[in-house]
Design a protein. Structure first.
Length: 93
């Protein structure tokens, strides 16, 4: 039983390994973009099989709704994922 528990701890430790600084920057830039405002897409089209179609989606993040600063969201996210300060400023659009 102790061996099983020890194996599970090792496995869980491997699963929770931190991201590289580059991975964290990419991931956290996307999260910071979400704090800038709502995003979405609209699709309009037609084809010979089903005729016309319209679709869309809107995404609003909790960071945006709570009014968090995108730069603060980016920095906090990187620190949480790497334990270090960001290696580069975010590229926000």
């Amino acid at each position: 039983m102790k061996r099983v528990a020890f194996s599970l701890l090792i496995l869980l430790g491997a699963c929770s390994s931190q991201m590289t600084p580059e991975q964290a920057a990419d991931f956290c830039e996307e999260r910071a973009r979400g704090a800038q405002g709502p995003s979405g897409e609209i699709s309009i089209g037609a084809n010979s099989e089903t005729g016309t179609f319209v679709g869309g989606r809107i995404e609003v993040t909790s960071d945006f709704l709570s009014g968090r600063d995108p730069m603060a969201v980016y920095e906090t996210c990187v620190i949480q994922r790497t334990g270090e300060l960001p290696i580069r400023p975010p590229v926000l659009r």
